[in-house]
Design a binder for this molecule. Structure first.
Ligand code: ATP
Ligand code: MG
Length: 552
């Protein structure tokens, strides 16, 4: 299913070449999330890239949690991330945590100090920032830069022992305060944080910085191709410096690619967390969220997400992908798989006055008009049915081919009916239609006597199953005129619409995660968070058509 030729992927070419010339004998990749939130569709791109490269070249992929910032991290996220990676269809060779290596990282820092390559600095964060210089001006050396090795060893040991308060001291690399690359101006390697860590508890009160921990983690795991997003390009000299100066045996290399951006989509855990914390959405897996768990609950499939990631390819050029492209792939995936049934989202009752009272007949309906193998089902038809409220108009414009007084339409899988009478309540709202049907026009009977222009869907009223339908629109709007606004002011107030209607009786048994195509309405997923005993809730995954052509 997944062996279509992929779009361009320059990293794949590098890997193939490295194996060919014998630069590496086996490739090792890793996916290194920080457990500070749930994964989003951007992470899916990185997951697919790392795991599929290793699969294709018979290598290894580790899942490594970058848990070096205990203040923001939590076991809930560690578990959710594992679930999401597995759901996407990947299994890691090794599960690792940066915190597994804290002792080794500490020892390597001691080595740096002994080599005169690191020092303890007492400047405040503010003073450090001021001394760092700018893109055009060099930085200034810290007054603590020339501390003796002995003093540095003693202070660093005391930092570890908990003798100092948060922010009082840091360990810095001694590189070059005049480097044109600001990342090389004596970057901080360790900071003090008296914070409980979700795995190491209170064993540590100093924690390594990302730029120090990441290359060491890669080297310890013998990662060959360390793939990250372009923001880290300027960090690569530091990455290489850490590996060389810490005298690591393995020599991983960092490669950067452009991160995934999608229109109308917030792509950052930090911002997504604000949406959850502020109650803008129900949870991380709210179907409006671009998280993997949100998209799963909405009804996306792993196959569709992987096909999407493959299609967008891997490049270094900045780009924004149209959100409709993701929708294209879920339609493609479900087109031949999903049962096609009828659901009425906004019901209007129709009484068929010439149909015998008390009679119920079963009609045959194909399960998927484009896939005969899915077979047929029987649906009941009787004197009372529901149709869609907007499939009727009392005073229609020209070219309106659905129901209006005196007009005849086809009921999908059933008969032609003609609207004879409109019943209204005291307020003048239409509450019921009286129609007649023509028994000669039964679907599948070969009737050719006359044609009608409109076909509408319906559900038998006596056996219909009540259901809730949730229709979604983008949560955030990136209209050009709004783009300067803070993101909490760009929230779409109409991101969800909830309707109460009916589905066919055979859908009583639908289970969470089952996916259907509802005639004319689109693809829907049974919300896994609502049990059947409570009520059936359907999330709309996507409408049926889009103007978007993926190849355009
Ligand atoms: P966020 O800002 O959402 O927290 P992050 O990059 O800080 O993103 P990490 O958990 O550190 O999140 O990322 C794990 C991996 O996923 C990294 O290798 C990162 O480069 C990659 N990644 C994150 N966002 C994207 C994206 N939008 N497109 C591609 N890869 C991404
Ligand atoms: Mg991060």
């Amino acid at each position: 299913m997944d062996n279509k030729t992929s779009s361009s992927n320059f990293i794949k070419n590098i890997v193939a070449e490295d194996l060919k010339v014998g630069k590496v004998s086996e490739i090792v990749t890793r996916f290194p999330p920080e457990p500070n939130g749930y994964l989003h569709i951007g992470h899916a791109k990185s997951i697919c890239l790392n795991f599929e490269l290793a699969d294709e070249f018979k290598g290894i992929t580790n899942l490594r949690f970058d848990d070096t910032n205990p203040l923001k991290e939590d076991t809930e996220y560690v578990e959710a991330i594992q679930e999401d990676v597995r759901w996407l269809g990947f299994e890691w060779d090794n599960l690792r945590f940066a915190s597994d290596y804290f002792e080794e990282m500490y020892n390597r820092a001691v080595l740096l100090i002994k080599k005169g390559k690191a020092y303890v600095c007492d400047l405040s964060a503010e003073e450090t920032r001021e001394a760092r210089g700018t893109l055009t001006e060099p930085g200034k050396n810290s007054p603590y830069r020339d501390r003796s090795v002995e003093e540095n060893l003693d202070l660093f040991a005391r930092m570890r022992a908990g003798e100092f308060k948060d922010g009082e001291r840091v360990l810095r690399a001694k590189i070059d305060m005049a480097s044109p690359n600001i990342n090389m101006r004596d970057p901080v390697l360790y900071r003090i944080a008296h914070t409980h860590h979700h795995r190491t508890g209170d064993a540590w009160c100093i924690y390594p910085m990302y730029d120090y921990a990441h290359p060491l983690g890669d080297a310890i795991e013998s990662v060959t191709h360390s793939i990250c997003t372009l923001e880290f390009e300027d960090h690569r000299p530091l990455y290489d410096w850490v590996i060389a100066e810490c005298e690591m045996e393995a020599q991983p290399h960092q490669y950067e690619f452009a991160r995934l951006n999608v229109t109308n989509t917030i792509m950052s855990k930090r911002y997504l967390k604000i949406l959850v914390d502020e109650g803008v959405v129900e949870s991380w897996d709210d179907p409006r969220m671009p998280t993997i768990s949100g998209l799963r609950r909405k009804g996306f499939t792993p196959e569709a997400m992987r096909a999407f990631c493959r299609e967008i390819g891997v490049a270094r050029a900045y780009s924004v992908v149209d959100e409709r492209m993701l929708e294209h792939f879920i339609r493609e995936d479900l087109k031949l798989k999903a049962l096609r049934t009828m659901a009425v989202l906004q019901p209007l009752k129709v009484v068929i006055t010439n149909y015998p009272e008390g009679q119920v007949e079963m009609l045959e309906a194909e399960n998927n008009a484009e896939n005969e193998e899915m077979g047929t089902r029987q649906i009941p038809f009787s004197r009372e049915i529901y149709i869609e409220r907007d499939d009727f108009m009392e005073n229609p414009p020209s070219k309106y081919f659905r129901l209006f007084p005196g007009n005849e339409v086809r009921l999908k899988h059933a008969y032609f009916i003609t609207c004879q009478e409109v019943i209204k309540d005291a307020a003048g709202d239409v509450i019921e239609l009286r129609c007649t049907y023509d028994p000669e026009t039964k679907s599948g009977s070969g009737f050719t006597g006359r044609k009608v222009k409109g076909t509408i869907h319906w559900v038998d009223a006596s056996q219909a199953v009540p259901a809730e339908f949730r229709l979604y629109e983008p949560l955030i709007i990136d209209d050009a005129e709004d783009s300067g606004k803070p993101f909490l002011e760009r929230i779409n107030p109409n991101s969800i619409e909830v309707l109460q209607g009916f589905v066919e009786p055979n859908m009583k048994e639908a289970a969470g995660g089952d996916k259907f195509q509802f005639f004319r309405h689109g693809y829907f997923n049974v919300d896994p968070k609502h049990t059947r005993a409570e009520r059936l809730v359907f999330n709309r995954i996507v409408s049926l058509k889009s103007s978007f052509d993926v190849k355009a």
